[in-house]
Design a protein around this ligand. Structure first.
Ligand SMILES: *Cc1c(COP(=O)(O)O)cnc(C)c1O
Length: 219
């Protein structure tokens, strides 16, 4: 089933759009099946959970962190992940930079935008994004590679469109500024219910879980 789902999605994705398999709560066996079917990037929300599957699967996939990064998880995370998609403050970026220095690596990151401006949501407000990107770009062991957004939790794919448009416009604006040490390469937006809308609005990275693996079982 996982294989068929992936083949189907990959056959419909426009060229240049990267598929991230959002794998929270999935087993190493399920993730390996996804990799066999052509998945190159796996997204994980929890550092501890990711560590377990990465121990088994290792570099057969690239690993993107897509959850909320907590400061006390940064040391472990910089050793596990190839990209952190959810940097939402200078403070967390500074912590990532500090830990990356210790192991002599540069971490590609996306800046998470709170495009719905919801109080309970993580992410940088659109109006603060330029200032935060500039500040973070001064950190030498971090490389700003683009933006990520979730959009508000809502039912209809169409409801996401204004938030995707807002984030894409921000992405374009920052790209045009050609800020030093900033490469606006990836625009990560869209999940199972909204990825088609996200692609229409310029996403070149989509994060899909349910449509690949089926409904999540929460225990
Ligand atoms: C779970 C998750 C997804 C995928 O959600 P689905 O609706 O299962 O496709 C995408 N992005 C993030 C940040 C997630 O946590």
């Amino acid at each position: 089933m996982i294989k068929d789902n992936i083949k189907d999605i990959l056959s419909k994705l426009p060229q240049g759009v990267e598929l991230v398999a959002a794998a929270k709560k999935r087993t190493a066996v399920e993730i390996l099946e996804a990799i066999d079917a052509g998945i190159k990037i796996v997204g994980e929300n929890y550092v501890q959970e990711a560590q377990k599957v990465i121990e088994v699967i290792g570099s057969r996939a690239q690993w993107h962190f897509i959850g909320h990064m907590q400061k006390n998880k940064v040391r472990k995370a910089v050793k596990l992940f190839d990209m952190i998609e959810t940097v939402d403050s200078y403070e967390i970026a500074y912590a990532i930079d500090t830990e990356c220095k210790k192991i002599s690596r540069v971490m590609p990151v996306l800046i998470e935008i709170n495009s719905g401006k919801e109080k309970q949501k993580f992410g940088v407000l659109p109006e603060d994004a330029e200032a935060v990107v500039k500040q973070i770009s001064s950190l030498s062991n971090i490389s700003v590679n683009g933006l990520m957004t979730m959009g508000p939790f809502m039912g209809e794919p169409e409801d996401f469109r204004p938030y995707f448009i807002r984030t894409r416009q921000l992405f374009e604006k920052l790209k045009e500024k050609e800020l030093p040490d900033v490469e606006m390469k990836y625009l990560s937006m869209g999940m199972t219910s909204s990825y088609k809308t996200a692609i229409e609005e310029g996403a070149n990275m989509v994060r899909i879980g349910t449509l690949i693996f089926g409904e999540r079982r929460y225990s």
